[in-house]
Design a protein around this ligand. Structure first.
Ligand code: OAD
Length: 254
């Protein structure tokens, strides 16, 4: 972030934010990486027992070996008890506060299931892929907040007796419709759209960038490396989300 070009890019991004009233931010696993939460893809992320996430985070993968997939989520849920939000989460919560203070709005749409945006003080986070902190009934959709508790495989629904499962979205499943529509509305209504710490390969979330662009929003990407979104955004900022996002706010004073 220190050479002349990247400084110029940061300044361009700050200028976009300065003029914005409505900002929508799409976050991915990279935003939580500096808190110690592993990413799904890219360096240091990805494989679990030799399988890619696409091979087991599916209804079929769960049906094949429920206890194993349950345990993966349960272990991560328990680990979250010791995980704290990082500077990227705090910067986005601060962006929400600053825009709200001047009559604007910053909507955080996340693919993450770790609730770290909320832990940093963000409001009304749109969780596209569910939450590690909840389980839900496979039949009647009753949801239960379980926090970071360890949970043995096999709880059943107190209402209908069917099996409970992690309240997360797997490949091949629909996103929660109300949340998805709210995310599309936020992308369509924003002046600036930021995509941060996501590999931009998982749809429909990755398509929110196109929704925003199609409605005339200016676009910023923050990532350690180039992604399929990099060529499509107005400003691509290479660096750690925990460095770049606070840096954007420092000079943008939105
Ligand atoms: P990925 O693991 O696919 O991508 C993480 C991205 O973050 C990569 O592009 C990294 O370069 C970048 N990155 C890593 N550390 C970073 C840092 N400190 N600062 C900035 N960028 C960093 O994660 P997602 O894009 O979130 O869905 O993955 C999308 C979905 O795929 C997940 O929600 C999950 C997964 O399968 C489901 O399970 C349905």
């Amino acid at each position: 972030m220190n050479d002349r070009d990247s400084t110029g890019d940061v300044n361009r991004a700050r200028a976009l934010l300065r003029e914005a009233t409505n900002v929508t931010v799409l976050t991915g696993a990279g935003v939580s990486a500096e808190s110690g939460v592993p990413t799904y893809r890219g360096a240091g992320g990805g494989l679990w027992g030799g399988l890619r996430v696409e091979d087991w985070a599916t209804p079929e993968g769960y049906a094949r070996d429920r206890p194993r997939v349950w345990t993966w989520y349960s272990d991560r849920r328990v680990q979250l008890a010791d995980v704290r939000p990082n500077a990227a989460h705090r910067a986005l919560a601060e962006l929400q506060r600053r825009l709200a203070a001047r009559g604007g709005r910053a909507t955080i749409v996340t693919q993450n299931i770790d609730a770290l945006h909320q832990a940093a003080g963000a409001q009304d986070v749109l969780e596209l892929h569910g939450s590690l902190l909840r389980i839900r009934c496979e039949q009647c959709m009753r949801r239960e907040y379980v926090g970071c508790k360890p949970l043995e495989h096999g709880p059943t629904c107190p209402d209908c007796g069917a099996a409970m499962r992690p309240d997360v979205v797997w490949f091949g499943e629909s996103l929660p419709m109300k949340v998805w529509h709210a995310a599309v509305d936020a992308a369509a209504a924003c002046d600036v759209f930021i995509t941060a710490g996501t590999s931009a390969v998982v749809y429909p979330a990755a398509g929110l960038l196109d929704v925003a662009k199609g409605r005339g929003a200016r676009t910023i990407e923050v990532n350690l490396e180039a992604t399929p979104a990099s060529g499509a955004v107005d400003v691509s900022l290479l660096g750690r989300a925990g460095d770049v996002l606070p840096e954007l706010l420092d000079g943008a004073d939105p």
